[in-house]
Design a protein around this ligand. Structure first.
Ligand code: TYM
Length: 322
């Protein structure tokens, strides 16, 4: 069985974008791959967040992973900081990453471009920590949204360089749908989005979902057509319905032929509710059974640690580190 690795940062409540773009695919992959799913809480601290915020979001995301259908019996589901090998491998990989490569990563570049003054060195080496996550588990495949592809490519470069310098140490990994925001349909729907109307959270009530979708930006063309360039809002709603109902966009366009945008928005809301309502229920269960959640976290970390330690030791040994 090949190994699959993916992670999310606990910097907010997961959105329908995270679910449709990433987590939904992970659920089905659990039967085909040896899967690792991680809450990347060390990555969360690359920007200024409070300890309480990171702690709370870590618990919430872990509960949400389980609520979405990630299964601890099939997969290793763990929290990054509970496996100390992540921090250690990051240094080894830093020694094998070029300044130029790290400077070209968009995450860092975006913060610089915004003129931010308090950028941490951790933000600069963020993709190296991510490379460590992937490489520690001998990963073959990393399913990520489009925004993270660049980081997986860097991981490949680092792994190849390391293997070339120090001998075969790491498996070189290989690199799913991108759901965009509702108010600003040309950019991705992120969990840290400032406009609350732009994101549908996996914890939103049915009423909130209907309300947010009623406000979704469309256009004045008055036709339900998939045309990303001229009708990005309508196209995004069609993408969301298609992903929620597992139907092709063509099929939905045919079904909606001659209908108005009000009907389209309502159909989108119903499609989203059918996905989110059962997830929300399970999530509420785990958040009110924190002991159970913590026990699962400990188990996940123990399982992850075994493989992580083996890879780390191999890398240290190959680097001549006693
Ligand atoms: P994060 O937390 O920003 O996002 C988690 C995953 O969700 C995908 N995603 C989306 N996909 C489609 N449409 C969207 N609107 C959307 N929003 C988010 C992201 O591409 C990602 O796959 N650095 C990573 C976390 C990470 C990681 C890793 C991922 C840490 N270590 C190792 C893979 C492997 C991040 O910030 O993801």
């Amino acid at each position: 069985m090949k190994t699959l690795y993916s992670a999310t940062k606990p910097t907010g409540i997961l959105t329908i974008g995270n679910y449709l773009g990433a987590i939904k695919n992970w659920i089905t992959m659990q039967d085909e791959y040896n899967c690792y799913f991680c809450i990347a809480n060390l990555h969360a601290h690359t920007i200024e967040l409070s300890a309480e915020f990171v702690r709370q979001k870590t618990l919430e995301q872990y509960a949400m992973f389980l609520a979405c259908g990630l299964d601890p019996k099939k997969s290793t589901i763990y929290v990054q900081s509970m496996v100390k090998e992540h921090s250690e491998i990051c240094w080894l990989l830093n020694c094998n990453t070029m300044m130029g490569e790290a400077s070209r990563m968009t995450q860092y570049k975006d913060h610089v471009a915004k003129g931010e003054k308090s950028i941490t060195t951790a933000l600069f080496t963020y993709p190296v920590l991510m490379a460590g996550d992937i490489l520690l588990y001998n990963t073959n495949i990393v399913p990520v949204g489009e925004d993270q592809v660049q980081h997986v490519e860097l991981t490949r470069d680092i792994a190849n360089r390391f293997n070339h310098r120090f001998g075969d140490t790491f498996v070189v990994p290989k690199v799913g749908a991108r759901i965009k925001g509702l108010q600003n349909p040309t950019s991705k729907m992120g969990k840290s989005n400032e406009d609350v109307n732009d994101v549908i959270l996996l914890t939103d009530s049915d009423e909130m979902i209907v309300k947010k979708l009623k406000r979704a930006v469309t256009d004045s063309l008055g036709q339900i057509k998939y045309d990303e360039e001229n009708q990005p809002g309508v196209s995004n709603l069609l993408t969301i319905i298609s992903a929620c109902e597992n139907k092709s966009i063509d099929e939905i366009v045919k079904e909606m032929d001659g209908q108005g945008y009000g009907v389209l928005k309502n159909r989108t809301a119903q499609a989203v509710i059918s996905v989110i309502a059962p997830i929300r229920e399970k999530y509420n269960y785990y958040m009110s059974h924190l002991d159970e959640l913590m026990a699962l976290m400990q188990d996940g970390a123990k399982k992850a640690e075994v493989v992580a330690r083996e890879t780390l030791n191999r890398a240290k040994n190959n680097m001549g580190l006693l």
